[in-house]
Write a protein of this length. Structure first.
Length: 378
């Protein structure tokens, strides 16, 4: 198939979950033999059109350049679609997008809507209040995108309007299990980062948004400040340096290409989400837990909250451990349990690796996506 993948607000390459997702999906579909064109955001001096890793990347811009005006990329997408003549269009859903689906409808091409964030409004939503003030026009626009799409893919049905759930395929997101693997471990890297010899390295990686639970991670680390054999490593966020209240180091923003070695060199991966910090999660945990998948692919036993679907991805006592959400004391106890038992860490880490390879790789996701696309394009 010839595929046009529209993700106009994402910068590729990049280090955010969205940019990683778009890059992995585009490259994964190309690796399965499909002619894949991806529309992403033009950032700075990036080349406007570039062929890389089997994908032809088209970078577009619009004015004003804020994401809220992404729909204004429609003319650029229409021009690319006319040149490419795709068999099917995929659009990465965004509240103020729609350019991919609408161009596909205009050209009589089937469209697939990739839904990673809620189309429906959660209770008390600012978006819902704004829409009410606009007499429901935004809601009707979003629902029209669903109606114009031949199918949708999503990790959770509850974030899709009820009328569209019958044509929504549930898919899993994942990790690049070829890049993230235990063999990337570099003991010398830990020494350079200041991790004491023989210490258990506990890592958190992410963008440090409030709902990622960094505050819970740090509070747990403070409780274990007396443990000279446990070292906490924070990867991402705005600041770098040594924390004052616990034993560890903040690396700040790190190039994504360095992440496989960093994660594989650690011993425990923590994903302490605090869903109370994001009201949209009242609809359900719809996130793709990229950090969890990458910990598992790297052979780390993950510790995360006891909430579906994380309890399905990480089986307690089999692939990792769970703790009560927002409970720093419970997280500290889970960290100690793994720090004190090297055999348990090894057993859980090996099982985690096997599970993510079998069920939660990007290759597995692209295989699921391909089945939907073949059905849509038939």
């Amino acid at each position: 198939m010839k595929i046009l993948y529209v993700a106009s607000d994402q910068s590729v390459p990049g280090h955010t979950g969205g940019s990683v997702h778009v890059q992995e999906v585009a490259q994964g579909l190309a690796a399965r033999g499909h002619l894949t064109h991806a529309v992403v955001r033009h950032a700075g001096t990036a080349v406007a059109t570039e062929q890389r890793d089997g994908v032809l990347w088209h970078r577009v811009a619009w004015w004003p350049p804020h994401r809220l005006f992404r729909f204004r990329a429609r003319a650029s997408v229409a021009k690319i679609a006319a040149e490419v003549a795709p068999d099917v269009v995929i659009e990465r859903y965004y509240n103020f997008g729609g350019e991919g689906v609408l161009v596909a409808r205009q050209r009589g091409i089937p469209a697939l809507l990739e839904v990673n964030s809620p189309i429906v409004d959660h209770p008390g939503s600012v978006k819902g209040a704004l829409d009410a003030a606009l007499f429901g026009s935004m809601r009707r626009y979003r629902e029209a995108l669903c109606r114009h799409s031949a199918a949708l893919v999503s990790p959770l049905l509850e974030i899709v309007p009820e009328f569209a759930r019958g044509k929504t395929e549930l898919v899993t997101w994942g990790a690049n299990v070829d890049a993230f693997r235990p063999q990337r471990r570099e003991p010398e890297l830990l020494r350079r980062l200041g991790v004491p010899a023989g210490a258990v390295c506990v890592v958190f990686s992410g963008s440090f948004r409030p709902w990622h639970g960094v505050h819970v991670f740090e509070a747990a680390a403070e409780r274990l400040v007396g443990r000279a054999d446990i070292f906490f490593l924070l990867v991402g966020g705005p600041d770098a340096g040594e924390p004052r209240r616990f034993r560890g180091r903040r690396l700040g923003a790190v190039a994504y290409e360095r992440m496989p070695e960093l994660l594989a060199s650690a011993d425990i991966g923590v994903a302490p989400y605090d869903t109370s910090r994001l009201k949209q999660l009242r609809l359900g945990f719809y996130w793709s837990p990229l950090k969890v998948f990458e910990y598992m692919a790297s052979g780390l036993p993950p510790i995360t909250i006891a909430r579906h679907p994380l309890t399905e991805i990480v089986r307690a006592g089999v692939d990792g451990l769970h703790f009560e959400e927002a409970n720093a004391a419970a997280l500290a106890r889970a960290i100690e349990a793994l720090a004190d038992d090297p055999a348990l860490r090894q057993r859980l880490g090996q099982s985690a690796r096997e599970r993510v390879v079998a069920r939660y790789s990007w290759a597995r996701h692209c295989e699921q996506l391909e089945r939907v696309l073949l059905k849509v394009a038939a």
